[in-house]
Design a protein around this ligand. Structure first.
Ligand code: 23J
Ligand code: MN
Length: 261
């Protein structure tokens, strides 16, 4: 009898299982959330060369980077929000690593979002998805496929207006429902944050952060290539940097998916 991992390696080698990159490129132009004053801004990535095959290092190239923990494709830990402040194992260095591998449930709302950038997922939408695909299992990521990652450039991606940014997310009641009534690891989104662009005006403000992190759940943001995943059956590998007391971190998010047949 072969071990399941032997079969996995075989499937990766023969193409039955594909590795899908769910990660945005991370550079100085990577869009970062723009919070209104008086809130402190998170800096974009900046980079300084330490040496590049020169006097500072004749045979080596390396850089110093500076960036907010929540830059680009990144992980949100429960300690990021005040509601998760006192939970055990709530930061990037203490979350049990088993949580960094989980299955994906992908809810496709790209058609709705194409018509309405402020689209909010409701618990009814989740229940309708479950009627088709089965109940979202414990330990699964709920990935919200909005098509938002196709928006190129900072303006289109952040979609700012006089009254703040406009981008899709979760309704207040849906965030509460997912946090309380489903055993998910967390939610993953294509937008800059797990909350909708207008969520600062919701009651409570930023309900996805508030309820999910209060329940010890996680977030993944600025994902790409969700359109390459099946509704169920993909495995997500998302391990943040082991930053001591980190509130989150940029990371490489990979999915293992069955090859399209
Ligand atoms: C701080 C305040 C509001 C939000 C965020 C951070 C994020 O989206 C984030 O990256 O965690 S909405
Ligand atoms: Mn974040």
């Amino acid at each position: 009898m072969t071990h399941i991992l032997t079969d996995l390696i075989k499937a990766l080698t023969n193409g039955e299982v594909r590795v899908v990159d769910l990660t945005q490129p991370l550079g100085p132009d990577t869009p970062v959330i723009d919070l209104p004053p008086p809130f402190a801004p998170s800096p974009p990535l900046s980079k300084e060369t330490i040496s590049e095959y020169d006097d500072g290092g004749p045979a080596w190239y390396w850089n110093t980077i500076r960036l907010g923990e929540h830059t680009g494709t990144h992980f949100d830990a429960p300690v990021h929000w005040i509601t998760g402040r006192d939970l055990p194992d709530n930061s990037t260095d203490t979350i049990p690593v088993a949580a960094f591998v989980g299955q994906a449930c992908v809810i496709d709302v790209s058609a709705q979002v194409a018509k309405n950038p402020d689209f909010l997922l409701s618990s009814e939408d989740v229940l309708a998805w479950e009627a088709e695909h089965g109940r979202i299992p414990d330990g699964a990521w709920l990935l919200l496929r909005t098509g938002w990652s196709k928006r190129q450039g900072r303006e289109a991606f952040l979609n700012p207006a006089e009254d703040g940014p406009h981008s899709p997310g979760f309704a207040v009641e849906c965030a509460r429902f997912l946090a309380r009534d489903r055993g998910i690891l967390g939610v993953g989104v294509e937008t800059v944050g797990t909350d909708a662009g207008q969520a600062g005006t919701f009651d409570p403000p930023f309900p996805t952060h508030t309820f999910m992190h209060g329940a010890g759940k996680f977030g993944l943001t600025s994902l790409i290539n969700l359109d390459q995943l099946p509704s169920t059956g993909a495995v997500v590998i998302a391990a943040p940097l082991k930053i001591v007391r980190g509130s989150g971190s940029p990371l490489r998010v990979l999915a293992l998916a069955p090859a399209a047949r």
